[in-house]
Design a protein around this ligand. Sequence first.
Ligand SMILES: *Cc1c(COP(=O)(O)O)cnc(C)c1O
Length: 383
Amino acid sequence: MPSRVGPSCARVDLDALAANVATLRLVAGRAQVLTVVKADGYGHGMVQAARAALAGGATWLGVAQLGEALTLRGAGVSAPLLAWLFTPGEDLVAPVRADIDLGVSSLVALGEVAAAARAAGRTARVHLKLDTGLSRNGLPLAQLDEVLRALGPLQAEGAVALVGAFSHLACADQPGHASIAAQHREFAAALAAIEPVAPALEVRHLANSAATLTAPQTHYDLVRVGIAAYGISPASALGRPEDLGLTPVMTLTARLASVKDVPAGTGVSYGHTYITPAPTRLGLVPLGYGDGIPRAASGIGPVAVGGRRHHIVGRVCMDQVVIDLGPQSRAAPGDEVVVFGPPAAGGPSVQDWAECVGTIGYEIVTRIGARVPREYVGVGGQA
Ligand SMILES: *Cc1c(COP(=O)(O)O)cnc(C)c1O
C-alpha cells in the first residue's frame, strides 16, 4: 500500500484556480484582475494560489498584511502587489524596498510611509484607501482634503507616488442594495477630489468578487477578486459556483480511521449528545475543530463515503468526528471520506457546509488548519 502523508488531505486544483481567474477576467471586461491571496490564499496556500492566479491572467495580487506581501516577494513573485492593512510602528522600509504597493488609510500612515521611503531611498507607491461607507479600514472622506494637502509636497519630494485609489463595498453580496450605489457615488466624488493631486492614477478599484460578478459599474480599472477565484460563491443568494462558471478549487478528504458496529442506545462522542436509535455502523473521521471543522457542525456536518451522504453524529472533537454510516454500510477503515469539494468529487460543497453551520464559504476554507496537508494538482502554479 502506498504510504500517505497523513489521515486527511486538502487537494488544491491549481488549474481550476487559473480557469476561475480567466473566467473572472472575461467578466471584468476592460478592468484588470487583482487576485486576493491573503490568509494563506483563503486556506489554499498563498504562493501556489498567487502563481496559479497569474497563470490565469491576473495582473495584480493583493494581501492584507505586510508579512504576507514579503512572503510572496521572498518566493520570487514579482507581479504588482498591494498590501492594505498595517498598524502604526510596523516596519515599512522592507515593503517599500520590496516594491510592494501600500494601501494608505490615514494621515499618520502616509507620514510613516514617507519616512520609510526616505530611509529606503526610493519612492513608495501608494493607493489611498477610502472609507465610502463600510466604516472599517479606510480614510474617512472628511479627512481626504487634509491627506491630499500632505501628499502634494511628498510627491514633489519623490518620497511618495499616489498610483491608486480604492474602496471596499459593504453589501455587494446583496445585489441592488442601496448602499452599493451610495458607496459608488462617494467613491466617484472622492476620485474627483483626488484628480488635481494625481491626474493619472494607474488604478481606481472598488469591486470585490460579488461586485465583479453583479455590478459592472463598479469595475473601474481593476477588480479585486478573492473568494470567486477559489471557486466559491460570495453568497448563496448569488447562486452556486457552477451557476457562475466557477469550479471549487479545494477538495477536503480524509480516510476512515475505523468503523464499528454498535447496538441501539449507544452514546456517541463527548457529552453523549447522540444516542444511536437503532443498531448501526459508526465511522471515525480523523478531522476535528483542530483542523477547521466547525464545532457548530456537531450532529449535522455533511460528508460522503463511496458516493453516499452521511452526517456527523455527536460532538465535533479536536481531532476527530464520528459519522453514522447506517446499518447496511460496507464502509471499511481506509475508505475515503469527502468532506467538501467540487460537484465532481461526489460530496457536499463548501456552500453546503456554510449553510449548515450558519456561516459563509470564506470561513469554511480559510479555517482549514495547517495540520491538513495541501496536495497541489494541475499546472496552474508553474507559470
Ligand atoms: C478580502 C478583500 C477583498 C476580496 O473580497 P472577496 O469577497 O473575497 O472577493 C477585496 N478587497 C479587500 C479590501 C479585501 O479586504
